[in-house]
Design a binder for this molecule. Sequence first.
Ligand code: F3S
Length: 389
Amino acid sequence: MYLTREEERILEGEHGWACQICMKILVKLGELFGATRLIPINSAHISGVSYKTIGDAPIEFLRNLVKKGAKTKVFSTLNPSSVDPHLASRLPNECIEKQGEILELYSSMNAKLSLSCTPYYEFSPPKGSHLAWAESSAVVYANSVLGAWTNREGAPSALASAILGKTPDYGVHKPENRTPNILVRVSTDLLNEIDYGALGYHVGKIAKDKIPLFKGLKNPSLDCLKQLGAAMASSGMTNMFYYNEKMKANDITEKIDVGRREINSVIEELSLKPENQIDMVFVGCPHCSLEEIKTLAKLVKGKRLKRNLEFWVCVSRHIKQMGKNFINTIESSGATVLTDTCAVVTWTEKLGIRRIMTNSVKAAHYLPTMNKAEVLLAPIERCIKAAYT
Ligand code: F3S
């Protein structure tokens, strides 16, 4: 991999241990994937924030980085943590303290405590700009909907990129690797967010790391595209998709057809039997948009949450601030609006929550393994019907 004189100096340790270790991470990654150089990035989105998912091991590394004066060089946001102020009194002290320390460490490095998987609602990267984002759902959204360019970074590489302001030039940073190579012909009407999620989940399993071009999506909303991409990234390795009906597909030899049968079979695969009693309804995976908050407020206005049932609505701090009136309506109905975390990356099992109803295919995929929860997957209207008297 070719390094500039300045980059070589960093690698040799002339700029201190923190920059040197970050350069080592990026060079190793670049060599592994055949990158020939590093390129500057516009922003970084860092995962590895939730104490529940990272555990103790990386904390020492973060402490060392801070001790050695590491600071982010580009605008850098953080993925959700495992704690929200609403949960602080319900979780063990040790968890709260460790999570608090992780946030302080990131904050000392000048990362923004956005604590959301939807950084793009707060800051939309320019079209064609290079990013180093972790969080698979945000990566797919950035590449496919926003037209920015980012590989799916892991926590260490996103942090190293944030500190150096660079990323190795490989994968979807190169125009020749952004061509669609699997055509997906959708022959059924997609009726709601879980249909879009189910489509993404089904295609993710088949496409693996190929780039799908969808044909037959009828004016999907941005929120539905968000669900499609998040689900696709949870069952496969794809970093992006296309959904432009006018885009030529003549050269694509691999083709798959998706109809109602495939969509329904994903929903059945990820759902419990409906008669099981649920403990919680969870919406906001990925974190809700302003539009979703608005819809939700309309649906729950004047309603009362059932007793012995929790209703979690997860949003970023930014969206909570932007949609204050809608948030008030939602909270007045008895629902809890959480920022900073989500049902997957906090300890729902420690809170006694075993059965979760959600409108997110991504959440339905992760909750059984990461939270030992049983899941019922249903569109938002059915979630509301189940949660309110
Ligand atoms: Fe975000 Fe949690 Fe889903 S981090 S994408 S809401 S699993």
